[in-house]
Ligand binder design. Structure first.
Ligand code: FMN
Length: 370
């Protein structure tokens, strides 16, 4: 009963509400969005120090004012809490409203928050971010679609996110489908070596692997919207080729998408980026709220969290995929074979495989997602 009540109410984690970063506009947006919802506001960070696990298993809205310079000191305390290494948000599900007094920093803050919270066990619904830049120009298209002004679109979007958070339910499958995309060389690849080990622990999951490294993959050409829609409605894209013939049908078939991501200059490789860009035509007609995204990320030296953030912004915030708690495995290994020799790697492979299974498979669901 208590658990059910917690599912239906929203915990609003609101750092810096009374600080120099505070934004009056954010108060107005939240007032509107939370009307009629059962919401408990946490604007004192002290409570998380006293009871660090008190938000486990909750539906959660992060409300973050960023002031004029993108800085909110209490928000950094939240980041430290999330990065403590404990699963302080295991079983929680979140969205974010981030408001700034400048044109910048909202997306960067959302990206780092999503990665930190996911690594602390928190899932994110598809399209979990409502951001207000200073001018609110980011709402120009939505305002016109909704027949309102920018502030109206901001308020409405936050209201839609609150409802989405309260209504979301995740459906697991008896025999889930997992699409694995990669672009590495089988003989030397660390990401593929890790995937081979993970795959062994995914019995009962139907797996399709697609290699994007065939030399014919071209990036999105950025066609005009109507042209993209024209092709998208026919299940196609201006360029055609393997993305349209093999990858679009496989994405539609999949319940989960697993990307194998070597760190190339602190970013996803060109093939994976092209895949994400080319998803735009499919996105014109298809939303991905009911598909999960996972990743195995390997960096030679450092920076895997940057790629995790890139996946969170591109596929969860922009393209609506569900981002599960602990959605990615991040390792540091350079030479061929090095990833499998890392200390503790077997345990991390086991944990990651279990997370993929329990996100996708009915019978694995011991701890329900919220
Ligand atoms: C073009 C290229 C760029 C790279 N850039 C980085 C980098 O910016 N940071 C880093 O830590 N490692 C970098 N690396 C190293 C790879 O991330 C590392 O070797 C990783 O194990 C590759 O995964 P793979 O074996 O699955 O391809 C780079 C490697 C290549 C080939």
């Amino acid at each position: 009963m208590e658990a059910e009540k917690r599912q239906k109410s929203l915990a609003v984690l609101y750092p810096g509400r009374k600080s120099e970063a505070a934004r009056e506009r954010l108060e107005e947006v939240l007032d509107f969005a939370l009307k009629g919802a059962e919401a408990e506001i946490f604007d004192e960070i002290g409570v998380l120090k006293e009871r660090p696990l008190c938000l486990k298993g909750r539906r959660l809205l992060f409300a973050v004012p960023l002031g004029n310079y993108g800085i909110n000191r209490e928000y950094y305390e939240i980041l430290a809490w999330l990065r403590s290494g404990e699963q302080v948000l295991s079983g929680s599900l979140a969205g974010m409203v981030i408001d700034a007094g400048s044109e910048f920093y909202t997306k960067a803050a959302a990206r780092e928050l999503a990665v930190a919270a996911s690594m602390a066990g928190c899932g994110f619904v598809g399209r979990p971010l409502v951001e207000g830049t200073k001018s609110l120009d980011n709402f120009l298209v939505q305002a016109s679609n909704m027949g309102t002004d920018r502030m109206g679109a901001y308020r409405n979007s936050a209201g839609i996110l609150v409802r989405q958070l309260l209504d979301f339910s995740w459906e697991r499958k008896k025999t889930p489908h997992l699409l694995v995309l990669h672009a590495s060389n089988h003989k030397t690849s660390n990401t593929l070596a890790l995937w081979d080990q993970v795959k062994e622990q995914l019995s009962g999951v139907e797996i399709r692997e697609v290699n994007l490294r065939n030399g014919t993959l071209v990036d999105c050409s950025g066609c005009p919207y109507q042209m993209c829609l024209h092709f998208g409605e026919r299940g196609q894209c201006f360029y055609g080729g393997p993305i349209v013939d093999d990858v679009y049908p496989a994405v539609k078939w999949a319940d989960g998408l697993l990307l194998l991501c070597p760190n190339y200059n602190d970013a996803l490789s060109a093939n994976l980026t092209a895949f994400i860009n080319r998803l735009t035509a499919l996105f014109r007609t298809t939303r991905f709220y009911d598909k999960a995204v996972f990743a195995i990320i390997v960096s030679g030296y450092s920076g895997s969290d940057l790629l995790a953030g890139q996946i969170a912004t591109a596929l969860n915030m922009n393209k609506t995929f569900f981002l599960p708690g602990n959605f990615c495995m991040m390792e540091t290994a350079n030479h061929a074979g090095a990833a499998l020799s890392l200390p503790g790697i077997e345990e991390r492979i086991r944990r990651f495989s279990r997370m993929v299974r329990s996100t996708l498979m009915e019978e694995e669901a011991k701890e329900p997602l919220p």
